[in-house]
Design a protein around this ligand. Structure first.
Ligand code: CTP
Ligand code: MG
Length: 230
């Protein structure tokens, strides 16, 4: 089966609070989303990349990927899950239901090539699919009333969920449709699969695959890119 990528990039970046949506902020001289796209466009295994953009996006046209033959544009939606579903719609007709889709946040420019490779290799023959993540390092607490600790949560089975998340196109579309119909605005793709009783596999990645969320994340992302020689 072929491999495709979907980049949800239609968020407004409320927590960043910048005038320009965070996926278009400057990172080492180029927009965040351009760094993110570098990896997926350059990968010969990936046939095409569908990018979900906000309806009033005024910045995409100025990126180096706006007219790239491997990159397709899809309309963004109200929530991330709507944006992903719209991008899957753009792949229909080109991709088959058994093809794999890598869904990756536009706001995660520091994904390592080696982690992407490991994810694809580990899951290519998997019946369900899965995602990159890292195991939780800190001691975890569950808060009760008045922000007082109710209990300490066993961290040995806790992971941070990252992207890319890799699933079969047909199954992912079905899972997202089903979640939306039930009014469940899942915040990642694995959650949609979990709702249907599937158990996506966790593949250990690296902590530098941060999602740029707040202003202090930008210098950190710059550092991580430098470390990778990008
Ligand atoms: N995203 C999207 N469509 C939406 C909301 C989010 O395509 N309706 C994308 C974002 O552009 C981002 C990714 O999903 O690349 C992860 O979302 P998040 O980090 O939450 O980005 P924002 O929603 O833009 O930020 P915030 O939650 O702070 O507003
Ligand atoms: Mg958001």
């Amino acid at each position: 089966p072929a491999l495709w990528a979907v980049l949800p990039a239609a968020g407004v970046g409320r927590r960043m609070g910048s005038a320009v949506p965070k996926q278009y902020l400057d990172l080492a001289g180029r927009a965040v989303i351009e760094h993110t796209l570098d990896l997926f466009v350059a990968d010969p295994r990936i046939r095409g990349v569908a990018v979900a953009l906000g309806r009033e996006d005024a910045y995409w046209g100025d990126t180096g990927y706006a007219d790239h033959p491997k990159v397709m544009r899809a309309p963004g939606g109200a929530e991330r899950c709507h944006s992903v579903l719209n991008a899957l719609g753009v792949l229909e007709g080109r991709a088959g239901d058994d093809d794999w889709v890598l869904v990756h946040d536009a706001a995660r420019p520091c994904l390592r090539v080696a982690d992407l490779d490991r994810l694809i290799e580990a899951l290519m023959d998997d019946p369900v699919g899965g995602l990159l993540g890292i195991q939780v390092r800190d001691t975890m607490k569950r808060a009760g009333e008045g922000e007082r600790i109710e209990t300490t949560v066993d961290r040995s089975s806790l992971w941070h969920a990252y992207t890319p998340q890799m699933f079969r196109l047909g199954l992912l579309r079905h899972a997202l449709h089903d979640a939306l119909e039930a009014g469940d605005l899942v915040t990642d793709d694995a959650s949609a699969m979990e709702r249907l009783g599937r158990a996506p596999r966790l593949i250990e990645g690296h902590a530098d695959n941060i999602k740029i969320t707040r202003a202090e994340d930008l210098p950190l992302a710059r550092f991580y890119l430098q470390q990778q020689g990008r």
